[in-house]
Design a protein around this ligand. Structure first.
Ligand code: AMP
Ligand code: MG
Length: 483
């Protein structure tokens, strides 16, 4: 395998409780569905892209390499607020690939069979959800948002049983690492500071090497991590992305978006939007994402307490100070992001009002979140009927006045807007259509769509069907974990 990847494992130097070696079971008839050539090249992964059957064997784990120590990682997590022991129940780590520029990536097969952490699951995945993860993770990457990525999807030739019989599939996930808040929760639950310390040191070395010599390094990590997560969530809010299952095991220390289960993009602006069929209370709705991030980071902070100070009260006080400061940082950074979406340069005391009035108008009028900002970038689009109301016109007058004041520069303002307002997002109805075709063996719509998603900010795309909303699809859209 080292002729394809440059494997060099470090995670397996952690104490044994963090993983279990797990051989990959061969699948009956591996077949390549999609391979991310550009990603492979950019990471110096040398899988021979002219030999589809060889590719399918490699990417399904159907290879004989006795030197490979593949394994599943242990972790815990709060799922919808309840603490559970979890672990990779349907994912197996192939190894850590180091690219030519020295960056380290986990290469993981998702859907490759049972592991010691599978609980009652079958360790398998179905084609639809794996292709969905491929589409959305790649879209999120091209939207310039940190995320795990997708190298390939293969079909196993085996059936997977959910509500009905589905085609078995394996996705190759690429991640800066799979260290989760849940991994720290698992370490803390071992009640052995040495174990916790080993994960802490490993994480600092792998993702936060800049702080390695800091005083109060545990608090420093907490601050840096919370900032990474705040900025991640702000990016999600910027493009209307709703993750849908922000359990603590689905929050990475690297700050990458992970676990594309029931996620989807919002169409009409409604802060209460949620898509997941199992999120009955809307815990992970659009507007709750920053609050949940803070809740998750508080759970992370709890795991660090023994490392922060030997005096528990002092440790709690220091951790609480960081957690309590999060809403203010979020608000400042969120305002900056929204100002960019509106092309507002410098600061004005009215900015927050201008932003909030627009959002409340959008909510009242079911305005499309993405297209409203696209139309504001192209004022000729404002002759559509939705913008004819007095309320919008008054808002627009105030906005325009503010925009033209304060060191206005047309090119700078438009550049900010173009960089922050995608015109293309993976619209739910298109995702569903291309997945249906793919399940019927027609991959062309999927491939065409992926190509368009590579340039979400490219204003010259003239394929209306990709950026126009489908009114029917705005009716309650529901996503399923697909596990
Ligand atoms: P998720 O909802 O994808 O974050 O998964 C939560 C937990 O369930 C993780 O420990 C997964 O590895 C596990 N899991 C999800 N699907 C399956 C499956 N089909 N078989 C075994 N474990 C699974
Ligand atoms: Mg998960």
């Amino acid at each position: 395998m080292n002729s394809y990847f440059n494997f060099e494992d470090t995670y397996t130097n952690l104490p044994k409780c963090f993983f279990t070696e797990q051989e990959i079971k061969k699948v009956s008839l591996p077949g390549l569905v999609i391979f991310n050539d550009k990603l492979a090249k950019s990471l110096n992964i040398n899988i021979p892209s002219n030999d589809k059957s060889e590719m399918a064997k490699i990417l399904s784990g159907n290879f004989n390499d006795k030197k490979m120590n593949t394994y599943a990682q242990a972790y815990a997590g709060h799922q919808f607020g309840h603490f559970t022991n979890l672990g990779d129940g349907r994912a197996i780590m192939l190894g850590e690939h180091v690219s030519k520029c020295g960056k380290r990536y986990d290469i993981q097969l998702k859907g490759s069979g049972i592991t010691p952490y599978s609980r009652r699951g079958d360790g398998k995945a179905a084609l639809g959800p794996m292709l969905r993860e491929y589409i959305i993770s790649e879209a999120v990457h091209h939207l310039n948002i940190p995320t795990t990525r997708s190298l390939s999807v293969i079909k196993t030739g085996e059936d997977v049983f959910r509500e009905k019989k589905l085609q078995g599939s394996i996705l190759t996930r690429i991640a800066s690492s799979h260290i989760r808040v849940g991994t720290f929760q698992y370490a803390a639950a071992q009640q052995d500071t040495k174990i916790l310390r080993s994960l802490f040191d490993y994480t600092v070395k792998r993702h936060y090497s800049d702080i390695k010599n800091s005083e109060e390094i545990s608090i420093k990590l907490l601050k840096e991590f919370s900032l990474k997560q705040i900025n991640l969530i702000i990016n999600w809010m910027r493009v209307g992305f709703i993750h849908g299952v922000m359990n603590t095991d689905n929050m990475t220390l690297s700050g990458e978006t992970i676990d594309y289960g029931p996620c989807a993009f919002m169409n009409s602006y409604d802060p209460n939007t949620k898509f997941s069929s199992i999120d009955h209370m809307g815990r992970y709705s659009y507007k709750n994402q920053p609050i949940i991030a803070q809740w998750n980071i508080a759970r992370f902070a709890e795991t660090l307490l023994p490392l922060i100070s030997s005096d528990l009260n002092e440790a709690i006080k220091k951790a609480e100070d960081v957690i309590k400061s999060m809403p203010e940082t979020y608000k400042t950074n969120w305002l900056n992001m929204m100002k960019k979406k509106l092309g507002l340069i410098d600061n004005d005391s009215e900015d927050e009002n201008i932003i909030n009035s627009l959002l409340s108008w959008m909510e009242k009028n079911n305005a499309d979140f993405t297209n409203t900002f696209v139309d504001l970038m192209n004022e000729e689009n404002l002759d559509q009927s939705i913008y004819k109301s007095q309320e919008f016109k008054s808002w627009f007058k105030i906005y325009k006045k503010r925009k033209l004041s304060k060191n206005f520069s047309k090119s700078k303002s438009l550049k900010l807007m173009k960089e922050n307002n995608p015109i293309i997002i993976p619209r739910n109805h298109i995702v569903e259509n291309v997945l249906s075709s793919a399940e019927e063996r027609d991959l062309n719509p999927l491939k065409k769509f992926l190509k368009v998603l590579e340039n979400p900010y490219d204003n010259n795309v003239k394929i209306p069907s990709y950026f126009k909303i489908d009114i029917k699809s705005d009716q309650p859209y529901m996503t399923f974990c697909g596990t």
